[in-house]
Structures are given as C-alpha cells and as structure tokens.
Design a protein around this ligand. Structure first.
Ligand SMILES: *[C@@H]1O[C@H](CO)[C@@H](O)[C@H](O)[C@H]1NC(C)=O
Length: 691
C-alpha cells in the first residue's frame, strides 16, 4: 500500500468518526496540502471519503439536541439489527477497508475466482453498504470444481437462529437501520456508563481486599450455605479399547516423568530430566486433573488432588498472565470440581478468581494482561502497552462459570463488560486486530488480523459463550461470530493454485494478505463443526471440512508425520510447493488443536475415519516425541533421522492433546456430551447453562 493510500484512509476514518479535531494531526494539515492530497487520490478513495462525510453529517443530524428530527425513543429496535449496525460501520469507518469492495456489484462472483486474483477476492459481499445481507454467505454457491456432499440431516439440528438472519433480509431500508443502530448504541452506553462501573468497581475492590471470602463470608462457609446446589460427581469407565489404552499408557508415562523430575513445578523438561517454572502454580498438575478423572486414573487423580489441597498457594509475589492462568488453572480447577464434585476445587478456584480480579481495574474495563496474585495488582505487559485480543476474550467461560458455581455475580459481570466493549468496537468484516489497549479500550491501529496466535480464541469463545449460556437468539456473541466467519470466508480464506488446499491466511497491518497459517488455527474446523451442529450455516460446514483436510496434510506430508508450528501456502503457480515450512517454523510443541478438531468431527458425526487419522498422528508422537522421562517438543518435523529435541513438555500435552486423543478413540462418542458440556480453550469441560 502506498503512502497516499494511507493518508487517504486515515482522513476518511477521522472525518467519519467526527474525531476530536484539535489533537489529530491529520486535521491540522494546511488547506493547500489537503487539496493537493485530495487531487492525488484515486477516484475510488475520494468517493469513499465523500461517502464518509455524508454519513457523518447524517449521524450528526440524528444527534441534534432538543427537537430532534427523529425521536429515537419511538423507533423500536428490530431484533437482530446489530449486524446492520456492525456492517455499516465497517464499510464507513474501518481504516483497513479495501476500497474496491464498495464497487463490486456482486461479491459472490468474486468468490468463484478463488484462488485467482487476490485483490479481487478481498472484496466482500457482506460489506456493500446498501446491499441486504444474505442469510448465507456467497460461498455456499462456491465452486464448480470441488464436490461438497451436503449432509442430508443437517437441517434436523438447526435451531432458530438462521430465521433471525432471514428476518434481517426483509429489512432492506438503510435509514431505519441506522436509526435502530443509534438507539442500540445509546442504550448500551447508558447502561454501562450509568449503572455498572461504580457498583462493579466497589464489588471488585471488595473481592480483591478479601481473597479468601465470597460475598463477605469465608469461602468454605459460603459454599456450605449453598450445599444443595453444588456439583455431583460424574462417572467414567476408563479405557474400553486398545487405542484408548495406548493413550492412557502415554498419559501415565508423561505423568511418571513429571512426578519424578518436576513434581510441583509447572512443566517437565523430559530430555534433561528437570523442571521448568513459569508461574509457579504446578500447572501440569492442575491442568491434568480432569484428564485423569476422565481416564479413570484414580490413584494419580488423588495424589494430584492432595497436592492442590495442601500445596497450591496463590499468595506468591509474582506476575502471572491473566489469560494463561485463567484457562489452565481456573479452568482446570473448575472442571475438576464439576466432574468430581469435590468442593475443595471450587474453594481454590474462588480464591484464585478473587486474586485475578485486579486485572479488571483498568480505566477501560479491558483487563491488563499481567496480574500479581500475591500483591493483587495488575499492569500491561512490559514489552507493550497492549493486551492480546484473544487473551482478553478468552477468560469469559471460566469467570462466568465461577459466578454460576458460587452464586457470586462479580466474576461474570466483569467479563460481560469486556464482551460489551469488544462488541461495540469497529471490526473489519467481523475480524479483530490482535492487540487491544487496556487503558483506552481500543484496538491497536494496523495490528495484524489472524486466526492464529493472539487472535484465535476470540472467535472460539464467541461461539462457546453462546453455547454456555443457552444459545439465545439475537445474542451479540453469536451475531458477531457469524459475521466473523463471513469475514474469514471472504477476507482470509484462499485455495492453493494446484492442489486446491483451503487455508486461512493473515492480514499484516490489517490489510496485506500473507499465506501463513499457525498450527493454532487448526482448532477452527472443530469449532466450525460445533457451530454448524448448533444451527450455523452450511458454509461453515464446508470450510470446516476443507480446513480439516488441509490441517491433516500439514501433518501427514512431513517425514515425521507431525505438523510444524507454522505452515505457508503457495499464492500462485510460481511457488514450488503448495504447502511448505520455513526452517525457523519447523518445530512441534505437542500442540492439541488438530486433535481437538478430530475429536469434534468424530463426536459430532460418529465417522470413524477421524479416529484413524488421529491414530496415525498418535503413533507419530509415540515414534518421535517419546523419551525416557515423558514426551518432548521437537525442533524439526522435517527431519526423521535424529529429530532434534526441544526439551519441554507443556502442560497442554496432558491437559488437551492426550485428553482429546482419549475421547477421540472412545467407543462412546458422547463420553462427554457436547450438549451438556463446553470445553474451554485449554480442553477443560465446563457445564452448559440454560441461560
Ligand atoms: C467419513 O469421513 C471421511 C473423511 O472426511 C469421508 O471421506 C467419508 O466419506 C466419511 N464417511 C461417511 C460414511 O460419511
């Protein structure tokens, strides 16, 4: 992108948002240079700016004080007006918006050109301001070349949600939509600005002052008072076939090494036979509790339980990462509580929850990334003023569950505020930049858009929070999710030129496409399928299947049959290989995401092909990652002879990778019933609530 483009788009966004004039450098440009810049602009961008100014004037009219032209209160908010609200804003305000898309007459035809001209493919049918939204993205019509066998029974599983989307179709009047949107924005702001913050802040500070209390009484006493509402133990049978038994053996081998060389520390270093400390919270123990419970490993579970009861303390003066501790420790404790019915875990979870709360004492309510559990203070990471977007949006399942489990609302309230703030921010086709500032509550300009590191679980938790809270129609979470997946389909998805592998790339600076996909992104097929099972459009199913195939390739093509941390894809026929790995990206950290997706595919379809795919990968781990004291991360999956070792067994190996393998190989695909449980981002199942 050239400099002129940059200036133009910044101007456009500034003028449209009606930004504060004085401290914005762009507005203090002299008239002359403004005119010169104006004349240098391509016509399409000038149009964009004029469009923006018009919209600004119109918005300003709506906000006229006194006798307003339109009485906002009289206009009833149509259910589901939100998508228009979001989409319209994207078209006008998003500084990353690609000017061409405003000119595409029919976005659907562009999709057919994939994997052809990328700039054309960037255009999205969803963002054309005056176009009605299609109930299903154009990708459903996608492609004469690939065969998509449609599931005949998929309609059985469809909930009401798509109807909501249909009803949007009938509302084609842009004027009404804008008015609706204004009303919604006002409502949200007032509820946040007037009622919430002060009382939330009081409750917050109260909980932080007394970390061993809930609602002003001792945690144990509080739980005693709600005895009848506490969780009952769940029952599991243990391994029922050879593959499951092999996974249990792998778990025991890992656990034995950890116990011998790293007991009480965060992670095992299985090659050097030592320990690795990160937060000093015995991560591997807490993260493994529910896996052991599900596998029926009673002795191991009990020794871990005793360690948690006697040796897990949260008063150390040490910075920890809010997100990591939430998904691993808080999630691990809550899951252990719900599965075993042992309230000791809930006592621990409550104290930890209180000690994590200082993160939310930021000016914006978007949490700081780092929190000191002992001092009970929080701050941004040392290397940056920003938190990662996925981190601040991947704590909601756990905090909500803590509130529901203890009848103490504060945890859920603080993460709901985060939800609302993020929902209200401008996005690019529903996609979010990967950094957000906890002080200002805004995304970092020109940050990368990615479904890999720092972006991934934002999308995952939109869907999973909606599932956790009873799948309500017109929930912003699910509307944002649908919009985001549309954005993935139109902005990030590509096919390789020869072999037609579908992959999801990244937008560097928010707009320059890079054909790079983290292994982390391979969680997406499973999440998409889970969504489709709960009523999401068939385009999600097709993307899920295609991504499944591609992710499997990232494993099976490597000489070790293990995937690299990052894979690249050919943009055109000049690139030698359709899928390739750069030397610095060739490591494997025992990550779970693809096994997780295989598990969802098996659990939701019953198709045993996914078990066989998983078995191939399990054997590859056995062959290359297994060492005397456990399983190790690898330095290079392209090297079969003497594969270099990295000497770390992260806690997610026992928490997620082995748990998903075990459940994938189960004869009972509902060993964990996905209608009743929702897995957090670290593989810890939490109960689904009615609302
Ligand atoms: C099972 O899944 C595989 C891989 O996606 C597919 O090729 C096969 O047709 C499926 N089998 C059935 C019975 O649906």
């Amino acid at each position: 992108m050239t400099n002129t483009d940059h200036v133009a788009l910044t101007l456009a966004s500034t003028s449209i948002t009606g930004g504060v004039p004085s401290d914005d450098g762009n507005l203090s440009l002299s008239r002359k240079s403004l005119r010169r810049s104006w004349n240098q602009l391509p016509r399409c961008q000038r149009n964009l700016i004029i469009m923006g100014l018009t919209a600004f004037c119109f918005t300003a009219l709506l906000f006229l004080p006194g006798d307003q032209l339109i009485n906002i209160k009289d206009v009833h908010l149509k259910p589901g007006a939100a998508p228009f609200h979001i989409r319209r804003e994207n078209t006008l305000q998003n500084p990353h918006h690609h000017p061409h898309s405003a000119q595409s007459k029919d976005g659907s035809s562009l999709i057919n050109e994939l994997p052809g001209d990328i700039s054309a493919a960037v255009a999205s049918p969803m963002t054309v301001g005056s176009h009605p939204i299609k109930a299903k993205p154009a990708i459903d019509k996608f492609d004469g070349t690939m065969d998509y066998p449609m599931e005949t029974n998929s309609a059985e599983n469809v909930v009401n949600l798509p109807e909501t989307v249909h009803s949007l179709n009938e509302n084609g009047n842009g004027l009404i939509d804008i008015v609706n949107n204004v009303e919604q924005t006002l409502e949200q702001q007032s509820s946040l600005a007037l009622d919430e913050p002060s009382s939330i802040r009081d409750e917050l500070e109260e909980a932080i002052r007394q970390p061993s209390k809930l609602a002003n009484v001792d945690i144990k006493q509080h739980l005693l008072q709600m005895e009848s509402q506490l969780a009952k133990a769940q029952h599991f049978h243990g391994a029922t076939n050879e593959r499951q038994a092999a996974v249990v053996a792998a778990f025991r081998h890992s656990w034995a090494g950890y116990k011998k060389y790293a007991w009480g520390h965060d992670n095992l270093k299985p090659v050097s036979q030592g320990s690795h400390e990160w937060f000093g919270l015995g991560l591997s123990i807490v993260d493994s509790l529910d896996t052991m419970y599900i596998m029926g490993l009673e002795d191991e579970f009990n020794e871990a339980r005793d360690w948690v009861a006697n040796s897990l303390h949260f008063h150390t003066n040490r910075d920890v990462n809010l997100f990591e501790v939430t998904i691993r420790v808080l999630g691990g404790l809550l899951s252990a509580y719900h599965l075993s019915g042992d309230r000791m875990f809930l006592v621990k979870a409550s104290e930890l929850g209180n000690r994590l709360l200082p993160s939310f004492l930021s000016p914006s309510g978007i949490p700081y990334s780092d929190v000191n559990l002992g001092e009970r203070s929080a701050h941004s990471p040392k290397w940056s003023p920003d938190s990662s977007t996925s981190e601040v949006t991947t704590i909601q399942l756990e905090f909500r569950d803590l509130s529901r489990s203890t009848n103490v609302p504060i945890y859920e309230r603080v993460v709901n505020v985060v939800n609302e703030k993020i929902h209200a921010l401008d996005k690019s086709h529903g996609l979010v930049p990967i950094f957000i500032n906890a002080n200002t509550g805004t995304f970092r300009n020109y940050a990368t858009i990615s479904l890999g590191a720092r972006g991934d679980s934002y999308y995952e938790y939109l869907l999973k929070q909606w599932l956790q809270t009873g799948r309500k129609d017109n929930d912003n979470l699910i509307l944002d999710y649908m919009q985001a997946i549309d954005g993935v389909l139109t902005q990030l998805m590509r096919r390789t030129p020869r072999e037609k592998w579908v992959y999801i790339g990244e937008l560097i600076n928010g707009h320059d496409f890079k054909p790079k996909m983290d292994h982390l992104t391979c969680y997406l097929p499973g999440t998409l399928l889970l969504g489709h099972q709960n009523g999401m459009p068939d385009s999600h199913l097709m993307l899920a299947r295609d991504m499944m195939d591609t992710c499997y390739q990232t494993y099976i093509r490597q000489p070790t049959q293990l995937a690299a941390e990052i894979s690249y894809f050919a943009l055109n026929e000049k690139d030698e290989n359709d899928i390739y790995v750069k030397p610095n990206d060739a490591h494997n950290l025992l990550r779970p995401e693809f096994i997780e997706s295989l598990y969802y595919f098996y659990a939701l379809t019953g198709n045993r092909t996914y078990q066989d795919m998983g078995w191939n990968i399990f054997q590859a781990f056995e062959k290359h990652s297994k060492v005397a004291a456990g399983y190790t991360s690898l330095g290079n999956v392209k090297n079969t002879l003497n594969t270099p070792m990295r000497d770390l067994m992260e806690s997610f190996w026992m928490s997620e990778t082995l748990k998903y393998f075990y459940l994938l190989f189960s004869d009972n695909r509902k060993e964990i019933d996905l209608d009743k449980w929702v897995f957090n981002s670290e593989g810890h199942p939490l109960p689904v609530y009615e609302n």
